[in-house]
Design a protein around this ligand. Structure first.
Ligand SMILES: *Cc1c(COP(=O)(O)O)cnc(C)c1O
Length: 438
């Protein structure tokens, strides 16, 4: 059974201090996981995990990973800015963008980031926008067609906007070598939220073989192979977690079979995991506000899709545990006797965290934990219906809690209207209306 990382009593105490809804993060879980990742890849002395900032851009969480020597994988100006504010620069930033604005390339250059070119045309574009290409750069590969593993089709790169064709990749490498690049990397992201332990090893084998050919045919020094993100997590209770040690061993076998015989054992392995680093170590804490019985039973909670859009956007499953409330029973292990659609308050019928979900009987005021929101949770939030995004709270290893992002207020929502007198009037009103209740 999937268990939250907090007990009912702990959560009741936290929710007395911080009004729901909020995303809650588990420092201990984040630490044990990054330690396991680094240990699993310790056979590769140059290994580095560049945390995918887009998955969770909260600096207080990224800071934990930085303690372990992780870098930042950024793909936008703002993400670069966050990395910079955290003191991250140079080879500790992987800039893996696409359709990249000139200003983003300029900032990447200023921070001396490793630029991972998504397209061959971005090389001259970068030069025009930001000046000479950096000494350390990388290219993103798209093999086209379908990406298959033994257990079936994993994804459809032929339909994806990312990366260059093989022919373009060789040409891009020649261009970069001619421009004096000293170290080149190779990157691909071919499947998302993968299960089992075969994805990284299969991807590594493809990229290692390509790296050998790139080295032989262009004379480039291939310094690193970047396996990017895509390692999945078990959102459903019946799914097995990925075994990072088995994954790393699979990559090591490919390394020993392909790169070592080619005399390329100095290649560093990089990863840009987002979901695997943070996903299981966050949850969305929300409270039951309404129960509505029409043709189905609806449980209305105080969070909505603006706090977690994955179910609405992808039909993604997020497990839900009913915890109970102060003075009431602990329901976290209670049997499921009811079937609910768990909804938010947006005027949008896909604003449902779960459809036909079997849960214990819920009473108004009960706390619910929506699992696995640590990655692509808060980060994908938005403001439809004038709904504010929630706070973020970090549960420290010592059991204390820290507010690491306050909830949005109505004045945040209207702040960008300041360009007209009407807008300024709205802003003035919002200031009076605060604190906004959510
Ligand atoms: C989204 C993304 C990642 C992280 O992917 P996860 O599935 O969260 O591991 C890494 N690199 C790039 C370039 C991405 O776009």
């Amino acid at each position: 059974m999937k268990q939250p990382f907090v007990s009912k009593d702990q959560l009741v105490a936290i929710a007395e201090r911080y009004p729901t809804p909020f995303h809650l993060y588990d420092e201990a879980g984040i630490r044990r996981n990054v330690e396991a990742v680094l240990d699993a890849f310790s056979w590769n002395p140059g290994f580095r995990e560049y945390f995918a900032v887009k998955a969770n851009p909260n600096p207080s969480l990224i800071k934990i990973l930085l303690e372990y020597g992780c870098g930042c994988d950024c793909s936008s100006y703002t993400e670069l800015m966050i990395a910079d504010a955290l003191g991250v620069s140079g080879e500790k930033i992987m800039f893996s963008s696409n359709d990249t604005p000139a200003a983003d390339f300029r900032l990447a250059r200023e921070l001396d980031a490793v630029v991972n070119f998504d397209d061959i045309s971005h090389i001259p574009f970068f030069e025009e926008a930001a000046g000479p290409v950096p000494a350390v750069a990388s290219c993103r590969f798209n093999p086209g067609g379908l990406f298959r593993l033994a257990n079936g089709i994993m994804d459809n790169p032929g339909d994806s906007k990312y990366g260059m064709t093989e022919e373009q990749l060789f040409e891009a490498y020649r261009m970069l070598v001619a421009r004096g690049c000293k170290t080149l990397g190779l990157h691909a992201f071919l499947a998302s939220n993968t299960h089992g332990n075969d994805y990284y090893p299969a991807l590594a084998r493809i990229l290692f073989k390509l790296a050998v050919r790139l080295h032989e045919e262009t004379g480039a020094h291939v310094g690193f192979v970047n396996l990017s993100g895509g390692v999945g997590i078990p959102y459903r209770p019946d799914e097995e977690p990925c075994d990072i040690r088995a994954i790393a061993e699979g990559v090591r076998r490919a390394f020993e079979e392909v790169l070592v015989p080619a005399g390329m054992e100095d290649v560093a392995i990089c990863a840009e995991m987002g979901r695997f680093m943070m996903g299981p170590y966050g949850c969305l804490v929300t409270r039951a506000v309404h129960e509505k019985r029409i043709y189905k039973d609806y449980l209305g909670v105080d969070a909505s899709a603006v706090d977690l859009i994955r179910p609405a956007m992808y039909g993604a499953y997020h497990h839900i545990t009913v915890m109970g409330q102060a003075g009431g029973p602990d329901k976290s292990a209670a049997p499921a006797t009811r079937t609910y659609d768990v909804t938010g308050n947006l005027c949008e019928n896909n604003d449902k965290f779960a459809i036909d979900r079997d849960l214990p009987e819920v009473e108004r005021g009960d706390l619910l934990v929506i699992h696995d929101t640590g990655a692509h949770g808060y980060a994908m939030g938005y403001n439809y219906n004038g709904r504010m995004r929630s706070a973020e709270v970090l549960l420290r290893e010592d059991g204390s809690c820290e507010l690491i992002r306050r909830a949005e207020k109505p004045s945040d929502y209207v702040a960008t209207l300041d360009v007209t007198p009407e807008g300024r009037a709205v802003i003035a009103r919002a200031a009076h209306a605060e604190p906004g209740v959510k």
